[in-house]
Design a protein around this ligand. Structure first.
Ligand SMILES: [Zn+2]
Length: 404
């Protein structure tokens, strides 16, 4: 998950470590350093052994180097069904780096202080998966009318990469879940929609000259900055004149430039500049129209650039695409979510998750998980024990609903 949200705070209930049955499993999961650049195989193998010991059927799908894997595991229904219907509990296994962050305790050892758990991933998002796994014996004791699946992915934090292979594998094997719950941190509120996201790199190639002879050169930094300013102007248009959906934390589409690189010395007209930008769009704003506008604006500079040097250019490389999703209220997965979290409210958020990829594969999906996105990716990442307790209540009601 990658942006702050503003979901409602829930009034805290006094909960201590002894009230949290999943604490052992959370500790184990946090102890695996699964920073996205590292292998996640130790965690995956541990979890696979745990699930198989409870009779789950498991499938791994790997990255190209076989350093990382997704784990898809199925607890069969009482009648042996492992394919048709049922619910997926989905979580990513990777976490963001702790490099350079001022942690006051070891990020990979859960610390319990002041009714909170501290550790990398306690909010984003190992606690949800660990709570789900801790309920496996309970799900089996109650019996399942339909299969229950766990989808545990790699490389979510670097662009929802791993889960795409997991979903392709499900589709290929004909596994057809009736719904999916993604446990990204929503404060245990039900989230039924998030924005889509597209990202690009713009590369401007100018022409070097001594800075006393600027008309003989093409200044790549300045042209890039004009395009950056246009993207900022489009962001103001979205804010001031665009369509809105007030159910979102940020109720309009946003665009932004996050990285820029260019130039080598003040006395050289810079040859190269590149910058990375994105749009996070509501369902009714077309990201293709946005990038077409940016390209059209950029193309105005080309005649003047080419007149100085034929090798100059402005190019746009796509970096990533994540669709938005919107599960309509009244769908069976939303009804199940309401029943499990015991509220009637729904929210919509601006950050992207794996939910949209399940949704795109025709699996109706909601997002509901412990902790708040504001604590994600932070030093001393924490989650309230009360949130873990709410997640456990959610799983208990889910077991009721799935019971044979
Ligand atoms: Zn996350």
């Amino acid at each position: 998950m990658n942006a702050p949200g503003t979901l409602r705070e829930v009034s805290p209930v006094a909960v201590g470590p002894s009230d949290v049955a999943a604490l052992d499993l959370i500790r184990r999961w946090i102890a695996f350093d699964t920073t996205s650049r590292e292998s996640n195989l130790a965690l995956i193998e541990w979890t696979r052994a745990y699930l198989e010991a409870h009779g789950a059927l498991t499938t791994l799908t790997f990255d190209d180097e076989r350093r990382k894997a997704n784990l898809f595991a199925t607890l069969p229904a009482r009648d042996g069904n492992v394919i048709e219907g049922g619910i997926v509990l989905s979580g990513h296994t990777d976490v963001v780096p702790v490099d350079g962050q001022p942690w006051t305790s070891d990020p990979f050892t859960v610390a319990v202080r002041d009714d909170r758990l501290y550790g990398r991933g306690v909010t984003d998002m190992k606690s949800f998966s660990a709570v789900g796994l801790s309920f496996v014996p309970e799900f089996l004791r109650r019996g399942l009318r339909k299969p229950l699946h766990f989808a545990l992915s790699y490389d979510e934090e670097v662009g929802c990469i791993g889960v795409r292979r997991l979903i392709d594998d499900l589709v290929a094997r004909g596994v057809r879940p009736a719904g999916c719950i993604v446990g990204e941190p929503t404060g245990m509120e039900l989230v039924v929609a998030h924005k889509g996201k597209r990202a690009w790199r713009c590369r401007v190639r100018g022409f070097e000259a001594h800075s006393s002879l600027t008309p003989h050169g093409v200044n790549a930094v300045q042209i890039a900055c004009e395009i950056v300013a246009y993207i900022a102007a489009r962001a103001r248009d979205f804010r001031d004149a665009g369509q809105r959906d007030e159910a979102y934390d940020v109720p309009y589409s946003t665009s932004h430039v996050g990285v820029i690189r260019g130039g080598t010395a003040l006395n050289i007209v810079p040859r190269d500049c590149s910058f990375d930008f994105e749009i996070r769009h509501l369902p009714f704003d077309d990201p293709q129209a946005f990038i077409a506008d940016v390209r059209a604006f950029a193309s105005r500079f080309l005649p003047e650039m080419k007149a100085v040097d034929a090798h100059t250019f402005i190019e746009f490389d796509p970096l990533s695409t994540l669709p938005g999703f919107d599960t309509h209220d009244g769908s069976s997965i939303t009804t199940l979510g309401h029943a499990c979290n015991a509220t009637e409210d729904v929210g919509k958020v601006s950050f992207g998750t794996e939910a949209s990829l399940f949704h795109a594969a025709s699996v109706p999906t909601i997002i509901c998980g412990p902790g708040h996105i504001a604590q994600a990716h932070q030093p001393n990442e924490w989650v309230e024990l009360a949130q873990i307790a709410r997640c456990e209540s959610f799983m208990r009601r889910l077991a009721d609903h799935l019971a044979a």
